[in-house]
Design a protein around this ligand. Structure first.
Ligand code: ATP
Length: 426
C-alpha cells in the first residue's frame, strides 16, 4: 500500500506575476522542496495583491490541503501594495499586532546602516496576525510567519507566510520551515524517489501504452512523459521510496531498453558515441538539409574525436556528385531527396573518409521547396558500413524548419544507435 502523504497547497502572491512581468519561480522551487519532504503538492495558485482574491484562495487552499500545509509567498514587504499580512489576518478574523521583537531587530538593522529612525513604512514589517509565530529571515528584513490552522476547518494544518524575494523565501524554507515540517506529528512517509529515463524513436503515446499495464498494477508509482524534439523523457516517481522505485525500474527495463539511451544528464549523441567506441567503430557524416548540425551535435560531446572522423556538408547537387560520388543519373532520376541518393551519400562519405560507418541526411526542411510528392518535412537517411551493408529510410517530420532539422539529426543518431545495437545482438 502506498503511504498517504499530507497535502500541500502553494499560493504565490503578486500583481507582477499576473501581469506577466515576472515568472513564478517560487512555486516550482517550493513544489520540489515539499515533494522531497514527503508532501503531496496538490495545487499552486497565483493571486494578485488583492485582499478578496486572497481570501477566496486561502479558503480553497485550506480545503484542498485538508490538514497539510499551505505556503504563501510574496506581498509581505513594507509598501502599501503589500497586503498579504492584512489579508491573512482578516481571513483568520484576528487583529494585526505590532511585534516588539521584530521592531527592535528592524531598528537595529537600520541603525547599523546609518538611519537614526526606522522609516515609517518599515514599521509595517512588525505587524503580525495575532497568534503567529515569527520566523527570522536570515537573508532580508521581512520575517516569515507560521500560523496554526487548528480550528480553521475540520482538518487543521499549518499556514506559512514567506517573503516573495526568491533568495529570502528559500533561506526561510530551508532554515525555519523545513525543520518545523519534520517535527509535525503523524506518520512521515519515505521521501519520494525518482529517476529520469531518456528515450528516442518512440512517441509518448506508444510508451504510455506499453507501460500502462505495469503502472496500473503498481500503486505509488507516477510516470510523467515529457516529449520534445529530442525524444520523450520519462520521470518516474515512487512515493514509497528508493526500493519501490528500483523494483519498478527492473520490471520496466525490458520495455524501455530498445528506446532508452540514458538518464537526466545524457544526450543521444553521447550514448551513440560510447556505443560506437565500444565496438571500435568510426563515423563520417554527409549532410544536406541539416547543414552540419549532426556533426555539431556529435562534436559537442567531449572525446568525440575517438569515433567521429568528420563530414561533408553537401548542400548543392554538384557537391553531392563531386565530393561524395553520388551518380548524376540517380540524382536526375530520383531527385536529391530520395533514399537512393541518401545511400550513395552515406557510402561516399564512408569510403572517402575511411570510416566504419557513413551516415547521411537529405531532405526538405522548408518553408519552400516542397512538392505534393515530397512535401516539406520529407527527409531521407542513409547508413552504410564496411560490409557493403546499408540502410535507408524516408521519414516525414512535422513542424517548421528548425524542428525538422533537429528531428532529422536525432533520427540519424538513432539510426546509428540501432545499427550498433543490431551488431551487438549478433
Ligand atoms: P519585500 O520585502 O522585498 O517587499 P515581499 O514579500 O513583499 O518582499 P514581493 O514584493 O511580492 O515580496 O516581491 C519581492 C521580489 O520578489 C519582487 O522582485 C518579485 O517580483 C519577486 N517575487 C515575488 N514572488 C515571486 C515568485 N513567486 N517568483 C519569482 N519571483 C517572485
Amino acid at each position: 500500500m502506498a503511504a498517504v502523504r499530507p497535502g500541500a497547497v502553494l499560493l504565490t502572491i503578486g500583481d507582477e506575476l499576473l501581469l506577466g512581468d515576472r515568472v513564478d519561480t517560487n512555486g516550482g522551487w517550493l513544489a520540489a522542496f515539499l515533494s522531497a519532504a514527503g508532501f503531496r503538492v496538490q495545487m499552486i495558485l497565483t493571486v494578485g495583491d488583492d485582499v478578496p482574491a486572497m481570501h477566496s484562495a486561502l479558503s480553497r487552499a485550506v480545503e484542498v490541503a485538508a490538514g497539510g500545509v499551505v505556503v504563501m509567498t510574496g506581498g509581505l514587504g513594507p509598501t502599501t501594495d503589500d497586503v498579504t499580512r492584512e489579508a491573512v489576518a482578516s481571513w483568520l478574523g484576528v487583529p494585526l499586532q505590532e511585534d516588539p521583537a521584530i521592531l527592535e531587530t528592524l531598528e537595529a538593522r537600520f541603525r547599523q546602516r546609518g538611519f537614526a529612525n526606522l522609516p515609517l513604512p518599515n514599521r509595517r514589517l512588525a505587524q503580525v496576525p495575532e497568534g503567529a509565530e515569527v520566523l527570522p529571515n536570515p537573508a532580508g528584513t521581512a520575517p516569515g510567519l507560521a500560523l496554526s490552522l487548528a480550528g480553521r476547518g475540520p482538518a487543521g494544518g499549518w499556514l506559512f507566510l514567506l517573503p516573495g524575494v526568491p533568495v529570502e523565501m528559500r533561506a526561510l524554507m530551508e532554515q525555519e520551515v523545513g525543520p518545523r515540517l519534520a517535527r509535525l506529528p503523524g506518520p512521515r512517509p519515505a521521501p519520494l524517489a525518482s529517476a529520469v529515463v531518456r528515450t528516442a524513436g518512440i512517441p509518448e503515446s506508444a510508451l504510455a501504452e506499453m507501460l500502462e499495464p505495469l503502472t496500473g498494477g503498481t500503486p505509488g508509482i507516477l510516470v510523467q512523459y515529457r516529449p520534445s524534439w529530442e525524444g520523450v523523457e520519462l520521470r518516474i516517481t515512487a512515493s514509497d521510496g528508493p526500493d519501490a522505485l528500483e523494483g519498478f525500474m527492473s520490471r520496466a527495463a525490458h520495455i524501455l531498453e530498445p528506446w532508452q539511451y540514458g538518464g537526466a544528464e545524457s544526450s543521444l549523441a553521447g550514448a551513440v558515441l560510447a556505443r560506437c567506441e565500444a565496438m571500435g567503430w568510426t563515423i563520417a557524416v554527409a549532410e544536406s538539409c541539416t547543414g552540419g548540425l549532426l556533426g555539431a551535435r556529435l562534436t559537442a560531446v567531449p572525446g568525440s574525436a575517438r569515433v567521429f572522423l568528420g563530414g561533408v556538408v553537401a548542400y548543392a547537387n554538384d557537391v553531392k556528385v563531386g565530393l561524395l560520388g553520388v551518380e548524376e543519373t540517380t540524382l536526375a532520376a530520383h531527385g536529391a531527396v530520395s533514399e537512393i541518393v541518401a545511400r550513395q551519400m552515406a557510402e561516399g562519405v564512408r569510403a572517402r573518409l575511411g570510416a566504419t560507418v557513413g551516415v547521411s541526411i537529405t531532405g526538405v526542411a522548408g518553408p519552400g521547396g516542397g512538392s505534393p510528392h515530397r512535401p516539406v518535412g520529407t527527409v531521407c537517411f542513409g547508413l552504410a558500413d564496411t560490409d557493403q551493408g546499408w540502410v535507408s529510410e524516408q521519414v516525414h517530420f512535422p513542424g517548421g524548419r528548425d524542428e525538422i532539422r533537429e528531428r532529422a539529426v536525432q533520427h540519424a543518431l538513432r539510426l546509428i544507435d540501432q545499427g550498433a545495437r543490431k551488431r551487438i545482438r549478433g
